[in-house]
Design a protein around this ligand. Sequence first.
Ligand code: FMN
Length: 170
Amino acid sequence: MQSFPATDAHAFRRVLGHFCTGVTVITTSLHGDPAGFTCQAFSTLSLDPPLVLFCVSTASTTWPKIRDAGFFCVNVLAAGQEDLGRRFARRGCRRFDGMVNAESPGGAPMISGAAAWIDCTLEDRHEAGDHNIVIGKARHLSTDTAKEPLLFFRGEWATLGPLSGRAAGR
Ligand SMILES: Cc1cc2nc3c(=O)[nH]c(=O)nc-3n(C[C@H](O)[C@H](O)[C@H](O)COP(=O)(O)O)c2cc1C
């Protein structure tokens, strides 16, 4: 396999794109105005206390709203929701126009039809390069087990193949 210096931004993106992830839309509400953006850099962090994290660009316009609101909802997109994944990544459009969004227990807009949601209060933030690592304490959460996830792999939307049937045993 060919090796690349990690300072090669094209190679960095391409190689890291081989790490297949789910896709979330992270939402908040500031002074009654909904905000949200598509985020793939999301992870569980701690079980006790229940913490999650996401990474957001320092150029994000949603992040300052989450910071000021102090809460957010992670909406895990379901298979077939790639239009929403695109919409919440697009700059300069009114992302919530035409949508009917229920409110999470913490007050953030929820994406209808999502596979799961995790409602959080903002716990901490760390600067890291051109991104912030944002830590949230999960307060309420739910899932629709009938839903398959939307995936992102090598720059493309994807859906899950057949499950192996072998539990991870954690
Ligand atoms: C599949 C996908 C995953 C993304 N993941 C992230 C991410 O993890 N962090 C991030 O800051 N931006 C991510 N983006 C880009 C943002 O969604 C995009 O820059 C958006 O315009 C930011 O909106 P904002 O400036 O209103 O916050 C992703 C976009 C796509 C399509």
